[in-house]
Ligand binder design. Structure first.
Ligand code: UDP
Ligand code: MN
Length: 531
């Protein structure tokens, strides 16, 4: 079944597409109709360009312009061995093989216990016999563990851990490429202290061209989260930056992205691994991150360790229908780890918790481990996070000049940072209509702030310097005034769009109501506008 003439098996041909991590640009207009059909199918099945990947060697070389200091760094001579666990569901052949080869070819033999491929109930033919035949050439070094039903990546990872024999577990997604020297800096940190959990720098492999973007140590980011319980990245905060002598020093991170990390196997077990009640995808990274910090461990990003990952814009496979899996996972996480802070998340989902199952065993785990409070975590590990409790007003921002009433609405999140703010029929679900008025007069959701610079009302990343992001609000008159321009927020007569206009006291189109408002705080912080 494996065709040895397929270009993906070529080794050491520097002229081949994609070598040194270069982009492979496929001009679709030059493809025959048959090729076009293959191209489209690859995109549909994977949400990345499988057609491009199928032109690149599974042994391809990666960029060589790594940080010079990492080349001379010395690591412990007695590092623990790791099992590398890769879960997959219908991963493309060339992409999965490239992941495996990058591990085999760039991990010193004596540090690699095994690779465990956990097949999460794939149904594509290439994941069956052909995969077994191909992997048999590595003499048992690569094991395949099959799930009997779709487990989702969280339970699949746990099943992989259960059969892994290495002292350290290293998790990777099934569309990764490890760089030379990726594992030593990770294992070195665990060798020093087994309660340190480490992540490589996750380099971006372009989902369209498979270009490998190597990121310099100087630009290392760390993980955070927002009150929608979504993971995000931010730059190293000042208080950590000033303690660092070199850009390549490991840096502590409040959270991990989730897919790529190494952990001492015994320590993972001691921490109660993952919540097995989590389905398919999502939330497990925050659960593990909070648990590590609150229960006495450390979470770090190690700038000399680099692994590329194909980031994609949508999820290509079927999720369980009828249940919002991510929301259910997040509620379980909030119930167990967030203490009273869980209400901030619940407000964002309008307190519609639904059935999230039984979490008593996870609560018991937390108390058995004697973990610290979430307040401790916020104060000590993530003081940069905006805590909604400090806000002056919150909830939907409603305008009843037209019926049905309109609410301020904007989709912001991981991929949408700068967007116009609009109005939409009030839906009472929180989500894109949930806003907070901060004590600095920002109208914000997480790290996004409503900003007016003279044309459209937009959201931009909050900069904390007032300016175009400062508003004053009067709950009695409903006036929402922009401090710098002195203009008021209004709507067009049909309610379809926002406009910034001359303030007019009795214009219902300038009349906004925050769902909840704290008068005393508004006066204290000078956020209240004169009526
Ligand atoms: N995965 C899995 N079962 C699932 C969903 C995902 O085994 O039900 C695997 C998937 O093949 C990938 C990893 O889990 O190797 C993470 O999923 P994905 O890459 O879709 O998540 P993302 O990186 O986009 O967050
Ligand atoms: Mn992935």
């Amino acid at each position: 079944m494996v065709d040895p003439n397929d270009p993906i098996y070529k080794k050491g041909d520097a002229s081949q597409a994609g070598e040194l991590g270069k982009a492979v640009i496929v001009d679709k207009t030059k493809l025959t109709p048959e090729q076009k059909a293959i191209y489209d199918k690859g995109m549909l099945n994977n949400a990345f360009n499988q057609y491009a990947s199928d032109m690149i060697s599974v042994h391809r070389t990666l960029p060589t312009n790594i940080d010079a200091e990492c080349k001379t760094e010395k690591y412990n001579e007695n590092l623990p061995r790791t099992s590398v666990i890769v879960c997959f569901h219908n991963e493309a052949w060339s992409v999965l093989l490239r992941t495996v080869h990058s591990v085999l070819e760039r991990t010193p033999e004596h540090l690699l216990e095994e690779i465990v491929l956990v097949d999460d109930f794939s149904d594509m033919d290439h994941t069956k016999r052909p995969l077994e035949e191909y992997m048999s050439q590595f003499g048992g070094k690569v094991k395949i563990l099959r799930m009997e039903k779709r487990e989702g990546l969280i339970r699949a990872r746990l099943r992989g851990a259960a059969i892994a024999t290495g002292e350290v577990l290293t998790y990777l997604d099934s569309h990764c490429e490890c760089m030379e020297g990726w594992i030593e800096p990770l294992l070195d940190r665990i060798k020093r202290d087994p309660t340190t959990v480490v992540c490589p720098v996750i380099d971006v492999i372009d989902d369209n061209t498979f270009e490998y973007h190597h990121s310099k140590a100087y630009f290392t980011s760390v993980g955070g989260f927002d009150w929608g319980l979504q993971f995000n990245w931010h730059s190293i905060p000042e208080r950590d930056r000033k303690n660092r002598t070199r850009a390549i020093d490991p840096v502590r991170s409040p959270t991990m992205a989730g897919g790529l990390f190494s952990i001492d196997k015994k320590y993972f077990e001691k921490l109660g691994t993952y919540d097995p009640g989590f389905d398919i995808w999502g939330g497990e990274n925050l659960e593990l991150s909070f648990k590590i910090w609150m229960c006495g461990g450390t979470l770090e990003i190690v700038p000399c360790s680099h692994v590329g990952h194909v980031f994609r814009k949508r999820s290509p496979y079927k999720w369980r229908t009828g249940v919002n899996v991510l929301k259910r996972n997040s509620i379980r996480l909030a119930e167990v780890w967030l203490d009273d802070y869980k209400t901030y998340y619940y407000e964002r989902i309008n307190n519609q918790l639904g059935d999230f199952g039984d979490v008593s065993a996870r609560k018991k785990l937390r108390s058995d481990l004697g973990c610290k409070s979430f307040k401790w975590y916020l104060d000590n590990i993530y003081p940069e996070l905006f805590v909604p409790g400090e806000s002056v007003a919150k909830g939907e921002v409603r305008n009843s000049a037209v019926q049905p009433a309109r609410c301020l609405d904007c989709m912001v999140g991981r991929h949408e940072k700068n967007r116009p703010v609009g109005t939409y029929q009030c839906h009472g679900q929180g989500g894109n209509q949930y806003w907070m008025l901060s004590k600095d007069g920002e109208i914000r959701r997480d790290e996004s702030c409503v900003d007016y610079a003279g044309s459209d009302v937009m959201v931009f990343p909050c900069h904390g310097m007032k300016g175009n992001q400062e508003w004053r609000y009067n709950h009695d008159t409903g006036r929402l005034q922009h401090a710098v321009s002195q203009k008021c927020l209004g709507m067009t007569r049909d309610g379809a769009k926002l406009e910034m206009v001359q303030c007019q006291y009795d214009d219902p189109y300038q009349h906004w109501k925050f769902k909840e408002f704290n008068e005393a705080k508004a006066i204290e912080h000078g956020v209240k506008s004169p009526s």
